[in-house]
Design a protein around this ligand. Structure first.
Ligand code: ARG
Length: 562
């Protein structure tokens, strides 16, 4: 769906030589309403064209084509400003939100196209780290975004369920696991074994040989080794699933690294046949110097495969299976090189779909402290957040029927929003007081804004009237609110294009701010003025709907009471 904001940007793009995104960034509301509704500064063009910005602005004003509800383009000083027929604009927006409801902002641009998203992807028998939390939260929001835009989305959890760590774990169980119930061991129990292995192996290096032998037995399908491996995997998964349930996250495929076991030889062979891989002193590697990248190792001299080999097999499999329009890997920035190499390999192998592979990377979270100070357990973080919200609900005596449910929605939402409210590549400084502050730019703040609008509609008590006379909405706060609602679909498209959920969260904050400004300045329910009341109620109803849609795209609940 194209918004009026998009129309303005398109109109400018038709007459100036600038990339569309740059124009989008530059368009802002002018400082005062009598100067117009959308403004485009011409300073930058002035430098390139060697004329004054004011001259350029008035020239452009005579060239651009506008159509209703945009009335006119005019040079105002150094700005090219657009004037909107506000009553018509507001009527159209509120009408659209009312009729489209949960689909306002959605589109069918993705019809017939498949997007594969690889996210979360934790490692078996290792703690679900904060990096995996970021991957889960960003990946799941991208899933919601692409689905909203009509794509078929396949959510893949590429579990780290293969590799030498299983040999170490089995060795540890054999030596020190007596009496341990493996089937119900938590990830924490498993991880402790792993840590112990490393400590003991320092003193006794023969343990490493033992671990290698067990690892080989897993690979060779030795029944005992396989059964132990399976038990570790199941116990870890049960643990992870509890967390996914709290977060409201699920997957279509749990094909982890082990799934590709039988496809590894084929992948390496294909790399040979396409003339890409070569043997060098017993190892198999792919030279990537033409891409300015170090070579990628596919097989070690003892025949063992690597993380990269399994990712190559997985990527080839995914293309065969899903014929994807895009495959998106949501993995932290420390793996930048790995994905550059992976994508360069398939390009070198001659696959033209290599440029449909995207690494969506992200920065670190700092300041999340765990019980022992070292190992951060996500479950502790979520649990603590929910507990803090429960305390707040009690202290503030909030209007909540189901404390546990709302504590979950708001507690989890606070963490999710803290993650998604900044550009993903930025590191996050985590601070409990900040993320739970109802007045800050936080999850609880936007959820509370939504709940307050719902409470107002409950108080009004009558059905919302879509034919209310919205030409009565002439206040600047009403206009400001309507225009942010109108721009929501455009924010959704940009967020998907840039794989950047923070574009939705920033927009959500803008809508919440506009909503609160309006709410503070104006009385919505005024018995002395029923016509105005009906119009304002329609605006309030549209606002809570669009805010709920935005929350949904971030994978946050929209409680109606809090
Ligand atoms: N398990 C990996 C890790 O924890 C992440 C896997 C990401 N996905 C992939 N296809 N490589 O570092």
């Amino acid at each position: 769906m194209s918004s009026y904001l998009d129309q303005v940007v398109d109109a400018i793009a038709a007459v100036v030589e600038l990339p569309r995104e740059e124009i989008m960034e530059a368009v802002q509301p002018p400082p005062s309403p009598d100067m117009g509704d959308y403004g485009f500064p011409c300073f930058q063009l002035a430098k390139a064209l060697r004329r004054s910005p004011a001259q350029i602005a008035s020239e452009l004003a005579s060239q651009v084509q506008v159509r209703p509800p945009i009335r006119e383009a005019r040079g105002v000083g150094p700005y090219l400003n657009f004037f909107v027929d506000r009553p018509r604009f507001i009527a159209e927006v509120l009408g659209r939100v009312h009729s489209l409801g949960t689909q306002f902002g959605a589109s069918d641009e993705g019809a017939g196209k498949t997007v594969v998203i690889d996210y979360s992807s934790p490692n078996i028998a290792k703690p679900f780290g904060i990096g995996h939390l970021r991957s889960t939260v960003i990946g799941h929001s991208l899933y919601q975004l692409f689905r909203f835009l009509g794509y078929r989305v396949v959510r893949v959890n590429h579990l780290g369920d293969w590799g030498t760590q299983f040999g170490k774990l089995i060795t540890a169980v054999k030596h020190w696991g007596g009496g341990m119930d493996l089937a119900s061991a938590t990830v924490e129990d498993q991880y402790r074994l792993y840590v112990r292995f490393h400590k003991e192996a320092e003193a006794d290096p023969s343990l490493e040989d033992e671990a290698r032998a067990w690892h080989r037995r897993v690979e060779e399908h030795d029944p005992e080794a396989r059964a132990l491996w399976q038990m570790f995997r199941d116990a870890s998964l049960a643990d992870f699933r509890r967390m996914y349930d709290l977060l409201g996250v699920d997957f279509d495929s749990w094909a982890g690294e082990s799934f590709y076991e039988d496809l590894l030889d084929d992948a390496v062979r294909l790399a040979f046949e396409t003339g890409v891989a070569r043997e060098d002193q017993g190892v198999i590697l792919v030279d990537l110097s033409e891409y300015d990248l170090p070579p990628c190792l596919l097989r070690k001299s003892d025949g063992a495969t690597l993380y990269a080999t399994r990712d190559l097999a997985a990527l080839l499999y995914r293309y065969r299976t899903y014929q994807f329009h895009r495959v998106i890997y949501v993995v932290g920035a420390p793996q930048n090189l790995h994905f550059q190499q992976l994508f360069a390999m398939v390009r070198k192998m001659g696959f033209d779909w290599a440029d449909r592979c995207v690494h969506v990377n992200f920065g670190h979270i700092r300041g999340m402290k765990s019980r022992e100070g070292s190992l951060v357990l996500l479950e502790d973080v979520l649990g603590r957040s929910m507990q803090l919200v429960r305390d707040i609900i009690r202290e503030r005596q909030l209007d909540v029927d189901n404390v546990d449910e709302v504590a979950r929605q708001v507690g989890v939402g606070a963490i999710v929003f803290a993650d998604l409210s900044r550009r993903r590549i930025k590191d996050i400084e985590f601070n409990w007081d900040e993320i739970l502050n109802f007045e800050g730019e936080t999850g609880p703040y936007v959820q509370y804004t939504h709940a307050r609008l719902c409470s107002l509609l409950r108080k009004y008590g009558e059905p919302v009237d879509p034919s209310a006379d919205v030409s009565l909405l002439g206040e600047p706060e009403e206009w400001q609110l309507a225009r942010t609602l109108e721009a929501f679909p455009s924010a959704v498209c940009r967020a998907a294009e840039q794989y950047e959920p923070s574009i939705v969260s920033s927009h959500l904050l803008e809508m919440a701010a506009a909503s609160n400004q309006f709410y503070q300045r104006h009385r919505v329910i005024d018995p002395a003025n029923p016509a105005l009341t009906r119009a304002r109620v329609l605006l309030v109803d549209a606002t809570r709907r669009v805010i709920a849609n935005a929350l949904g795209l971030l994978n946050m609940a929209a409680p109606e009471r809090m």
